[in-house]
Design a protein around this ligand. Structure first.
Ligand code: ZN
Length: 182
């Protein structure tokens, strides 16, 4: 039986066994074979934390010219500033020395096609309403502004003077900055 986790072909088109996780573990073995300990501290070199959507088309390190060790990356569906993102940012700033926050949403985000009705659908299906908000949105710029505001007004964060928000265009690869005042 084929499941979504199976990997039916390798890059040559030949049939292979194993799940997608098996493939990742094999890739890790090759990675580790060529890996040398960079001897890095856990504190990000650029003292920046990037909060972004989990979207598979957004390669944060490539898109922002980031190297290993440069930054913290905090990702979830939508790049939403939830309590858990504030938790990570608080640890990032207070224990690991970051000072800047970059927020990245993107064009064509899956959250634009959802509404809070998703919670009701789940409740009808499983008999329990999730405690979390879907955090869906229809105006990506407004959602970036709201995210910036949540970071800036958090009482737990020490550094809120350098918080900037952007929309990444998945078709051009370009970032567009969102004016927090618009
Ligand atoms: Zn997204």
């Amino acid at each position: 039986m084929t499941t979504s986790a199976s990997v039916p072909t390798d890059p040559d088109g030949a049939t292979t066994g194993g799940t997608v996780t098996d493939r990742l573990v094999e890739a890790n073995q090759r990675y580790a074979a060529a890996f040398t300990d960079p001897g890095m501290d856990a504190r990000p070199v650029l003292r920046v934390a990037v909060v972004a959507c989990m979207d598979a088309r957004l390669d944060l390190h490539a898109a922002l010219g980031l190297e290993l060790g440069d930054c913290h990356t905090i990702r979830n569906a939508g790049g939403v500033v939830t309590d858990d993102v504030i938790r990570s940012l608080t640890i990032s700033q207070r224990k690991l020395g970051t000072r800047s926050v970059v927020l990245i949403h993107h064009t064509g985000c899956g959250l634009e096609s959802l509404t809070e009705d998703f919670r009701t659908e789940l409740e009808l299906e499983v008999g329990q309403r999730p405690a979390w908000a879907v955090e869906s949105f229809s105006d990506v710029d407004q959602d970036v502004r709201q995210s910036m505001q949540r970071v800036r007004t958090s009482p737990f964060l020490q550094h809120t003077d350098d918080v900037r928000g952007f929309v990444f265009d998945v078709r051009t690869g370009l970032l567009r900055e969102v004016d927090p005042a618009s």
